[in-house]
Design a protein around this ligand. Sequence first.
Ligand SMILES: Cc1cc2nc3c(=O)[nH]c(=O)nc-3n(C[C@H](O)[C@H](O)[C@H](O)COP(=O)(O)O)c2cc1C
Length: 206
Amino acid sequence: MNKYKSLSSRELVSMDKNVRIRMLNMLSGLRTAYLIGTCDIDKTSNLGLFNSVVHIGASPALLGFIMRPVHVRRDTYCNILETESFTLNAIHPDFLERAHKASSKYDAAVSEFDMVGLTEEWRQDTPSPFVLESRLKIGLGLQEILDIKSNDTKLIIGRIEHIFIEGENIIDADGHIRHEELDLIVVSGLEQYYSILPLERFRYKN
Ligand SMILES: Cc1cc2nc3c(=O)[nH]c(=O)nc-3n(C[C@H](O)[C@H](O)[C@H](O)COP(=O)(O)O)c2cc1C
């Protein structure tokens, strides 16, 4: 076992707080980074950066993400409550730096689209704005909010109402999505971004 670095739960607690947070944020590994687009009832738009998007189920078609504790103002959360709608917009290398800036706090009255230099895209039937520059975007209606008592976070579940993928050849006839051709960005924790390469595909039957 000597080749392993070991860290007990007690050692975790005694670590420098920032080091612990960075390490634990990265421990669960790589996930797709999404910009979540929302707006309030007056259509003031908002953009936030999220790495916790997870598949909840296919029938009905649901996706969820984790929202930090809402003791402080969180525009994404307030807007979702107001409009019962949000959009997920994948990130690509050409606007990664601008997308990262959407993780900063901005005044509720200003549009984060303007602040970071991305373009709002409004589509019929979806109350929330999409990111024009994104090549994979999903419009969702609010389905359910679950309180996670352990740490006061929330699991926000949305039902997929519309999917937009740029290019005719990204979704194969069998439903397989060629993420690599969309040039998607994945992220570990809150700072380190990666691009992706496909390795193998094995069939799954159940
Ligand atoms: C890479 C990255 C991923 C993030 N993922 C999440 C997340 O999954 N959930 C969350 O509540 N905040 C997450 N954040 C923090 C939000 O981006 C930040 O709170 C932002 O201000 C939210 O936008 P809002 O204040 O307009 O709602 C993440 C930040 C970064 C840099």
